[in-house]
Design a protein. Structure first.
Length: 234
């Protein structure tokens, strides 16, 4: 397996693949998605600034449309899903190039297809459980998004207090948007109330200090020593 760091402007990623060809395909897919987004923002700069859902024309590109749709489902601005949306385009390009395994970690938001088990470490800052457990994600023939938002780790804007909210979805853009949305509001007291029961999410895993909340169908969780040096960061 090849692990390669790839950064272009705000897009800061780690790509995992079985061949250099698939790595190159991932880069091309992400750059194409970025270009679609940048072209749209140059005409509609409000798309980049708003924290509220926003309508886009039906003729909009795939990336812009995915981001807008995700924003409406999770009640956040479209840029809340930018990382996973760009990674999704990269993984799709990998699949088109013949990959049966491909993973892109775009600043903590992961999109993958896989023909094998993949361990995804759980990092939640200073929470007692942080760095001690991992999800064992079984083989995935279809694209899966595993997206994380935190109010205490990293530079992302959050209005909440959670150390980590991890969302799983077959629609990576929506996983990313929901991670942001839920991290803005979730607490141990309101978890059952605010987690959406009718959405595109497969599962949610939340950490607030020594409290952990689970919803839906989650991969198996095992004890692990998480190497924080593998976390993608700028």
């Amino acid at each position: 397996m090849i692990r390669e760091y790839f950064a272009f402007r705000e897009t800061i990623t780690t790509i995992l693949a079985d061949s250099k060809e698939h790595i190159n395909a991932a880069k091309e897919g992400m750059l194409a998605a970025r270009n679609e987004l940048e072209e749209y923002i140059s005409v509609e700069p409000f798309f980049q600034m708003t924290y509220e859902p926003v309508l886009v024309p039906e003729s909009s590109s795939v990336t812009v449309s995915r981001m807008a749709e995700a924003g409406f489902e999770a009640s956040v601005g479209p840029m809340a899903s930018v990382a996973a949306s760009i990674a999704w385009a990269g993984v799709e390009a990998m699949r088109k190039s013949g990959a049966s395994f491909g993973l892109i970690d775009n600043g903590g938001d992961i999109v993958l297809i896989s023909d094998r088990d993949v361990r995804v470490g759980i990092f939640a800052g200073t929470a007692p459980s942080s760095g001690k457990f991992a999800f064992v994600v079984p083989p995935q023939n279809e694209v899966l998004g595993i997206c994380t938002s935190s109010a205490t780790v990293g530079p992302s804007v959050s209005f909440g207090t959670a150390d980590a909210v991890v969302c799983f979805s077959r629609n990576p853009s929506k996983a990313d948007a929901w991670a942001t949305s839920l991290c803005n509001v979730v607490t141990p007291e309101n978890f059952e109330e605010v987690v959406p029961k009718d959405s595109s999410l497969c599962g949610v895993y939340a950490v607030c200090g020594d409290w952990v909340g689970r919803f839906g169908v989650l991969p198996r969780i095992v004890r692990a020593e998480v190497d924080v040096g593998l976390i993608t960061k700028g």
